[in-house]
Each structure stands twice: as C-alpha cells, then as structure tokens.
Design a protein around this ligand. Sequence first.
Ligand SMILES: [Ca+2]
Ligand SMILES: [Ca+2]
Ligand SMILES: [Ca+2]
Length: 218
Amino acid sequence: MNIKSFHLLFSVPAIIFLLPFSLKAQLPPGWEYTPSYSSHVIVIHLSANPTLNGEPLSAGDHIGVFYDDAGILKCAGAVIWNGTSNVSVSAWGDDTYEAGKQGFYEDDLIHWKLYHWATSQDADAEATWQIGCTGCNFWDGNWHDFGLSALASLGATTTVPGDANCDGIVNVLDIITIVNYIMGLNPSPFCFANADTNGDTAISVLDLIITVNIIMGG
Ligand SMILES: [Ca+2]
Ligand SMILES: [Ca+2]
Ligand SMILES: [Ca+2]
C-alpha cells in the first residue's frame, strides 16, 4: 500500500464520520434530524423578517421545521438565519422504509420554531405563507412531497410562565393579577399565555398554585 491509498483509507471514513457529527453539533439542543429522500423546500426571504418577541432574529440563530409525532414535536429540518440574504429550509419527509415516523407525512401541518442562541430560547413561531409565489406549488402551511413554498412572515413570542402582568418577573403581583382575572376584574395588562401556567387554555386556581410554586422556587 502506498502513502496515498493509506491516506485515503483513513481520511475518507473520517470525513464521512465527522461530517454528520459537525453538522449536528451546530444544531440547537433537541433539534437533531435526519434528511430523507423526500422534501418540501421553503424559502424564507429577507423580507419575511423573522422576529422573536418583536425583535428581528439575530444572525446565527436557527429556524426549524417540526412535525407532530403522536403529540410530540420533532425536528425535520433547520437553517441558520444570517440576516443578510434569503435562506431556505428543507423539511424532510418520513422514511417510508423505516418503521415509525421519521419526518413529515403528506399534508402534515408544518410547525415552526426559532432558536435564539444568546438566551438559549426555543420558541414556537407562527408562519404566514406567500400565496401564489413564483415557482411555488403549495402555500397551505402543510407538508407536501416535492413542495416549493415561501414564507411571508415568521414570528415567535415567548412566554414567561407565571408572569401574568407581563412585567418580566414572577412575584406576588402576578398572584394578585391572576386572582383578579379569576374574579372577573379584567386586570390590565394581562398576559394570558403567561398566566395559563398549566397550559389548559383556561385561567383557574390551578394556575395560581403553579404560580405560587414558581415564586417559592419549586
Ligand atoms: Ca417511517
Ligand atoms: Ca410579573
Ligand atoms: Ca390554566
């Protein structure tokens, strides 16, 4: 064996082994995904201006597409937002040769998330789609094999569980705010998503108990 083939023998497997590893290392925690042979490509133009809590997404932050697997959202594609050019994300379909769900099924709703590295925030995002964009074949918000789409906007608002009065901290004022809401006193400001600490889309004494626990550090 000469030096060259010796080199190849070791460097090629090393690259094949290290490439997926290095790509995965750049992803936000829990955003690992495996590309498949079917995809829906979604272009996110600069003009879509992704935002997190009203602020433009930072360069280097991630935008991800997620599918629902028995109630759990799983990543099936992600892209880094650079803030200077259009980007596109491939939303990968299920591997039909593998048992179970590894990606999107036809007509699955595409869920969006943003990841802001500076604060380690993982936020659910709302997308609006460009209707009838040039070259596009779908804009219904769902996944389609061979789909090509573009977003008109993408925005996420994060919640602070327990911060019912929306001032960024959780304290006794939030208890009072939740009590007032339950009593029908229409407190203002009132952040429903923050106050609904158990996420059942209603404000009740259960949310109050959880808020007390948050304040007590439990
Ligand atoms: Ca499968
Ligand atoms: Ca508060
Ligand atoms: Ca609730």
